[in-house]
Ligand binder design. Structure first.
Ligand SMILES: Nc1ncnc2c1ncn2[C@@H]1O[C@H](COP(=O)(O)OP(=O)(O)OP(=O)(O)O)[C@@H](O)[C@H]1O
Ligand SMILES: O=P(O)(O)OC[C@H]1O[C@H](OP(=O)(O)OP(=O)(O)O)[C@H](O)[C@@H]1O
Ligand SMILES: [Mg+2]
Length: 383
């Protein structure tokens, strides 16, 4: 990260330099960030609207808007260069589009109340600050891991674990293991936690995978998703080298939730809608007809099959038909929810117990009585 890329803020001094030149300066920037948060600590700026930060660009942006749309929380955003928008369903909420790292910084400074960003970004820029609380930890996109990678060739050919890397005689105080990373908080912390003492760091804004071949670094610590970029650059991950697994998360400032009127109600509604949609996304509704003597007997047959128990057991309803002028019940309709992954197995099991005319449709929402994540949030807030 270069000084010219930093936001123009009194909290980011212009003398900030890449960590390849001086690592301790990163620490003083983070201290200043904390100081920025503390200046408003206990006395949040006066505004009535709740502010939600969403990624303004990059790979998280479109998926975030799609997720909210699927939760019936479409963002009304007319112009991509306009950084403020609304979600008509949430009247006292303002959406602010920001870079993911700035979402985290602004949650800490009290300028945002809620945000969506990758867990990696929250961990890196949040620096373990206790004001940040993850409200939903699995929004189901932006999956990747922060992982250490080394060349497949040369002195690393037979090195396959972090332990082996640490034990290599090459690394000394004078000649440390050189790691290129954009994660200047998590990187050093991970190395220290794992007992690697002779390590130095350099940073760049992207294409870190080129650093070992260019002779700039021995190893890199970067996000990996499919692994293609590593493979194409002759690099490999090692056992014990994963710093964290990441996906998009909903994060909030604890102070905001406690102090801002209606922040908690808005959060509850967003969380309920997210949960209902995400729970439903992995499931199908399956309807089938089944011959039987009674609803109980049909239910018993269905419950004898492991894949067919549904959310709270099957719904069984009589199918009425007219036979010889009389109303009769020969069939029962059963309705169950099955995980998408188990669909075919479930259909096979339904057939095996006499199911016919199997209809499968997608589920839009599953609203449970109360979400465990909401209970967890209230207990974290001491409410
Ligand atoms: N290869 C990947 N696959 C899936 N998700 C990824 C991948 N790389 C990054 N991500 C997720 O997307 C987030 C944002 O990545 P993005 O490329 O938009 O921004 P960036 O490059 O980190 O920031 P900048 O705006 O400085 O370029 C990451 O923090 C991570 O959570
Ligand atoms: O494992 P893969 O699926 O190959 O993905 C990993 C790559 O994706 C990210 O880079 P990005 O595409 O955001 O480019 P950048 O390095 O310029 O940020 C990350 O920094 C890796 O380079
Ligand atoms: Mg990127």
């Amino acid at each position: 990260m270069l000084a010219s890329n930093l936001p123009k803020s009194p909290f980011f001094p212009t003398h900030y330099v890449p960590i390849s030149r001086s690592f301790h300066i990163t620490c003083s920037v983070s201290q200043l960030q904390t100081a920025a948060a503390e200046t408003v600590n206990g006395r949040l700026s006066e505004r009535n609207e709740i502010r939600l930060g969403l990624p303004s660009k990059g790979r998280m942006a479109a998926d975030t808007l799609d997720l909210l749309k699927d939760c019936q929380l479409s963002v009304k955003h007319v112009n991509p260069r306009q950084y403020v928008a609304q979600i008509p369903q949430l009247s006292n909420l303002e959406v602010w589009f920001q870079r993911p790292k700035d979402i985290v910084r602004k949650l800490l400074s009290g300028d945002l109340d809620l945000g969506i960003a990758g867990f990696d970004t929250v961990s890196e820029y949040g620096e373990g600050n206790e004001d940040l609380i993850i409200i939903h930890d699995a929004l189901d996109y932006g999956d990747c891991r922060l992982s250490l990678a080394i060349p497949k060739y040369g002195i690393f050919e037979n090195i396959n674990s972090l332990k082996e890397l640490a034990q290599m005689p090459q690394w000394t105080k004078e000649k440390p293991l050189r790691v290129a990373t954009g994660f200047t908080y998590l990187g050093p912390k991970f190395m220290k936690d794992n007992g690697l003492n002779h390590v130095s760091f350099s940073t760049a804004d992207g294409a870190l995978e080129a650093a070992p071949a260019m002779g700039i670094a021995d190893a890199i610590l970067d996000l990996v998703s499919s692994g293609t970029t590593l493979k194409e650059n002759n690099l490999k991950e090692i056992d014990g080298g994963v710093v964290l697994q990441s996906q998009a998360v909903l994060v909030a400032s604890k102070r905001s939730l406690i102090q801002r009127k209606s922040a908690l109600d808005t959060t509850h509604e967003i969380l309920e809608r997210l949960e209902a949609h995400l729970r439903a996304e992995g499931q199908f509704t399956v309807v089938a007809n089944m011959r039987g003597n009674s609803a109980e007997e049909v239910a018993e047959r269905v419950l004898s099959q492991a894949s067919l128990s549904g959310l709270q057991g099957p719904t069984v309803s009589p199918v009425f038909c007219k036979r010889g002028g009389q109303i009769a019940v020969d069939y029962y309709a059963i309705v169950i929810c099955v995980p998408k992954k188990a669909l075919y197995k479930s259909v096979q099991q339904l057939r095996a117990i006499g199911g016919s005319g199997v209809l499968v449709s997608p589920l839009t929402y599953i609203f449970d009585e109360e979400t465990p994540r909401w209970r967890e949030l209230l207990s974290t807030l001491g409410l």
